[in-house]
Design a protein around this ligand. Structure first.
Ligand code: T3D
Length: 261
């Protein structure tokens, strides 16, 4: 049986690929457990950036609904338990990673699949890809952080429309709305996503981790609290080897060589 999650290393970054293309990479329990283990592996490695993508024509269609079909013999599910056990730890994990996380949305991203993509730091999408808050169509609530991130990214009016209507949002419109970083031509997606991950991995990644921490704080901090946080993070950034190297390279008019320390 092929691995439902692939983990590869390129240069200084890790590539995690959702790999159940026959079900549009929708999640079952085994896939969640394997993804969790592969993210552990990537976090423990020397990788300085992570690229998340999907195999085949879809990125991820959320929960595998075959496993939820009570009419066809699946047990009565406790969806709260499923979120507690799988989806919530996954989102916390992705949001909590110190290294930059790029998501290459290669095709449709539906249900939890859409919100897993949106939990990443920089989201690129193929022009033919789309985002669907499909939950409302089967009587569910957007999960995997959807009700938190959508209003923050696109405002309440658009978030509510997306969540209550479950309409397909094209990658182009997702970019125009500020839901994602960029929409690119289908045949350029892989090249651009890898180039971005490679670029990020060569940057002062300890500084990038502090930037991520600053933005995480800003979502609930007052201006005063955020100014204090910036002071503390800048103090830490100013003590990194990479900061010293960045300043030296600037003054010496040469290209910096960052180590992520
Ligand atoms: O349950 C819990 O643990 C709680 C957490 C829930 C989180 C969630 O994500 S709930 C939302 C679940 N996802 C959906 O509701 C999306 C369902 N899928 C679709 O609406 C459509 O497939 C898409 C819009 C994503 C794509 O449409 P299309 O026309 O491009 O493809 P398709 O023909 O519908 O799908 C291709 C195949 O993938 C097909 O299988 P087949 O007929 O070729 O054998 C289809 O059944 C399968 N597939 C797609 N999505 C799922 C799926 N199989 C199982 N589960 C899926 N989610």
């Amino acid at each position: 049986m092929s691995e439902t999650i692939r983990l590869d290393y390129r240069d200084d970054y890790a590539v995690v690929t959702l790999n159940r293309p026959e079900r549009l990479n929708s999640f079952n329990a085994e896939m969640h457990e394997t993804l969790s283990a592969r993210l552990d592996d990537a976090a423990a490695s020397s990788a300085r950036a992570l690229l998340l993508t999907g195999e085949g024509r879809g990125f991820c269609a959320g929960q595998d609904l075959q496993d939820r079909n009570v009419e066809r013999g699946a047990g009565e599910p406790d969806l709260g338990d499923s979120l507690e056990r799988y989806y919530n730890p996954l989102i916390r994990r992705l949001r909590g990673l110190d290294i930059p996380v790029v998501c290459a949305v290669n095709g449709v991203a539906a249900g939890a699949g859409a919100n897993i993509a949106l939990a990443c730091d920089i989201v690129l999408a193929a022009r033919s890809a789309s985002f669907i808050q499909a939950f409302c169509k089967i009587g569910l609530v957007p999960d995997s952080g959807g009700t938190w991130i959508l209003p923050r990214l696109v405002g309440t009016a658009r978030a509510t429309g997306l969540a209550l209507l479950g309409e397909k949002l094209s990658a182009e419109r997702a970019e125009a709305w500020g839901l994602i970083w960029r929409c690119v031509d289908d045949d350029a997606l892989s090249g651009e996503a890898h180039a971005l991950a490679r670029h990020l991995a060569a940057q002062p990644t300890s500084g990038l981790a502090l930037i991520k921490r600053a933005f995480r704080g800003s979502l609930h901090n007052t201006l005063d609290q955020q100014l204090d946080l910036e002071r503390d993070l800048q103090r830490a950034a100013g003590r990194t080897v990479d900061y010293r190297e960045g300043v030296a390279a600037f003054v010496e008019k040469r290209k910096p060589v960052f180590k992520g320390r």
